[in-house]
Design a protein around this ligand. Structure first.
Ligand SMILES: Cc1cc2nc3c(=O)[nH]c(=O)nc-3n(C[C@H](O)[C@H](O)[C@H](O)COP(=O)(O)O)c2cc1C
Length: 205
């Protein structure tokens, strides 16, 4: 296992493996707490839209939030705020009002918001959207790594959608809901899609 994968495992999954990295690097840390390697988690992730009623444990929620907050961001501005929603009535209201069945069925929804007070303030500065995308993917991977199912439900860049989310959750105007991630214990088991095609690669050797 090379150092890149070890680092990626540590950074992406942030599962609280305290011996993960030290000043000498991250050797021999290619396994997560659940035994899955970083690459296996990436390959196994697929959108899950049906969930059981089993609530997600606090420790797992914590791991998801930590994985999200470990994301890279332009100039390390971390221009984000995460909303962890476990209130059943609010989850239902949010899913119904945005017409997102996976949200309605989830036991946990994490809303990744851009925090406009942490951006440059220029309307054409959209680096925060890149940053929030990285947060979202980190959370999806951390969900897979912990045996949870999850799906990215897009809100940005549709103002009707992100304004609705802000309204339902009563969020302040500086927060722009970028994505909603429906999460829960899987009640379906779809195979991950094989998207690999050489057509989508340009090799310059
Ligand atoms: C920006 C974005 C928005 C998405 N929005 C939705 C959505 O609103 N509802 C949904 O069920 N899936 C949504 N998805 C999930 C995609 O449908 C899914 O990732 C895609 O079909 C590939 O399948 P996979 O995730 O299983 O690899 C979204 C994904 C992205 C990246």
């Amino acid at each position: 296992m090379n150092k890149f994968l070890s680092l990626a495992t540590c950074a992406l999954l942030a599962l609280g493996v305290s011996s993960c990295c030290n000043k000498n690097g991250c050797e021999n840390t290619n396994q997560t707490a659940s035994g899955a390697s970083c690459l296996e988690v990436i390959k196994n992730r697929t959108s899950i839209r049906q969930y059981t009623d089993q609530p997600v444990e606090k420790e797992k929620i914590d791991n998801l939030l930590r994985a999200g907050l470990a994301a890279p961001s332009a100039m390390n501005k971390q221009p984000w705020k995460l909303v962890a929603l476990t209130n059943k009535a609010k989850i239902k209201e949010l899913g119904d009002s945005t017409s997102k069945p996976p949200i309605t069925k989830s036991t946990l929804t994490i809303i990744v918001c851009g925090d406009m007070t942490k951006t440059s303030g220029n309307a054409d500065d959209l680096w925060w959207t890149e940053d929030c995308g990285a947060v979202t993917e980190n959370i999806l991977l951390a969900a897979t790594a912990q045996g949870l199912g999850a799906v990215w439900c897009g809100t940005w860049p549709d103002p009707n959608r992100f304004n609705k989310v802000r309204e339902v959750l009563g969020l302040p105007g500086n927060l722009v809901p970028y994505s909603m991630i429906a999460i829960g214990y899987p009640a379906e088991n779809p195979a991950p899609k094989d998207k690999y095609t050489e057509d989508n690669i340009i090799r310059i050797e």
